[in-house]
Design a protein around this ligand. Structure first.
Ligand SMILES: O=C(O)CCC(=O)C(=O)O
Length: 277
């Protein structure tokens, strides 16, 4: 049995202050097993839908189109309950990614310290969306982990990612089934560990109906936006056809053919970023 939605005032206050909270047991063991099986199936049947960023990182952004097995993680009362408390009843679902980090000898993540959504430091106050990461594998101090610089969404918001000093970070560890909820403005990174096991995570993003869509990489399928579920926030899937997208990393380049497969487009965006250096 899952615990009730942990929207206690203390947890909300912790989030407001630090920019993140950790919720152990957000998924049950059978749920984690089912999610692994769905990922294994997708890797087997749709390998072309996974983008390899480097030897340690592969990711897919459109698995919802191919498999309904992940839907419950978006509507999970444990995480959604907390998010409703933070964002209100106009909460919207924005993006869904599955990430696999392979064992590596590399000491540094390809992305490094960053804020999500908008990379331009001067526009950091525009970042308001909130992310949920589910750990699907155990993450101990020996494994690749998500690492965050507390308070960089508010009281330390002027910190630049390139100014982060070693030791300022907080590493998020936890067994499979743990959820980490963080503010997209908080500086963070994947921290790679030599000899780590493979790590699997789900990355979900939420904002509110009052904002443009934060990211258009994930297509929201009809089975979700046609759902009429009395207990769900009414606008949860309302951005399925929103074309007003924040000018940032979630926006597809308009000079590319929007009908191009999403993996090809991500590869092209990657090539352009590598050329810029
Ligand atoms: O946990 C990780 O591997 C990094 C995640 C990350 O950088 C992100 O969610 O933007």
């Amino acid at each position: 049995m899952l615990a009730a939605a942990p929207s206690t005032p203390a947890l909300v206050q912790e989030f407001q202050e630090n920019g993140f909270v950790r919720i152990p047991g957000a998924l049950t063991a059978p749920q984690v097993t089912a999610l692994h099986q769905a990922i294994d199936r997708d890797l087997e049947t749709s390998p072309e839908s996974w983008v390899r960023f480097d030897e340690t990182l592969i990711e897919t952004v459109d698995i919802l189109l191919r498999a309904p097995d992940f839907d419950f993680t978006i509507e999970n009362p444990v995480t959604l309950g907390f998010l409703r408390g933070l964002l209100g009843e106009d909460i919207t679902f924005e993006e869904f990614e599955v990430m696999i980090r392979e064992p590596t000898g590399k000491p540094r993540d390809v992305k490094g310290w960053h804020r999500d959504m908008i990379r331009d430091y001067h526009r950091r106050m525009e970042i308001g969306y909130i992310s949920v990461i589910y750990y699907l594998t155990d993450v101990t101090e020996r494994d690749h982990c998500f690492s965050i610089i507390p308070k960089t969404h508010n009281s330390r918001v002027d910190l630049r990612p390139e100014e982060v000093a070693p030791g300022e970070e907080h590493d998020l560890l936890g067994p499979a089934g743990t959820a980490v909820i963080f503010h997209g403005r908080c500086i963070h990174s994947g921290k790679l560990k030599v000899n780590s096991r493979q790590r699997r995570t789900l990355h979900l993003y939420y904002w509110t109906a009052a904002h443009p869509r934060a990211s258009e990489w994930t297509e929201i399928p009809p089975r979700l936006y046609q759902r009429r579920e009395p207990g769900l926030p009414p606008k949860l899937y309302s951005k399925w056809n929103v074309t007003d997208v924040v000018e940032g990393v979630g926006k597809k380049p308009r000079d590319l053919d929007l009908r191009m497969p999403v993996t090809e487009m991500i590869r092209e965006v990657q090539r352009r970023a590598n050329r810029r250096g």
